[in-house]
Write a protein that binds this ligand. Structure first.
Ligand code: ZN
Length: 74
């Protein structure tokens, strides 16, 4: 019996990380919430259906709209 770190396990960890709040940037700057100044956001995926990209502040739930997808800051 072997216990290895499988590609599937790593993919699940990456997906879990991608689903949590992250920092985003646009125009070379880290984006901060206009309401509370927090810098951790989740993507509001349902608005993508309308052709818009949104970030939802994980602190105060303020929503920002973008015409093109903001970049994730690693
Ligand atoms: Zn906020």
């Amino acid at each position: 019996m072997t216990t290895t770190s499988t590609p599937l396990k790593r993919a699940l960890q990456a997906a879990k990380k991608a689903m949590g709040p992250q920092q985003y940037g646009a125009a070379g700057r880290v984006f901060e919430c206009a309401m509370c100044g927090h810098d951790q956001f989740k993507v509001g995926a349902y608005i993508v259906l309308l052709g818009m990209h949104t970030l939802v502040c994980s602190h105060c739930s303020h929503v920002e709209f973008f015409e093109s997808a903001p970049q994730v800051v690693e």
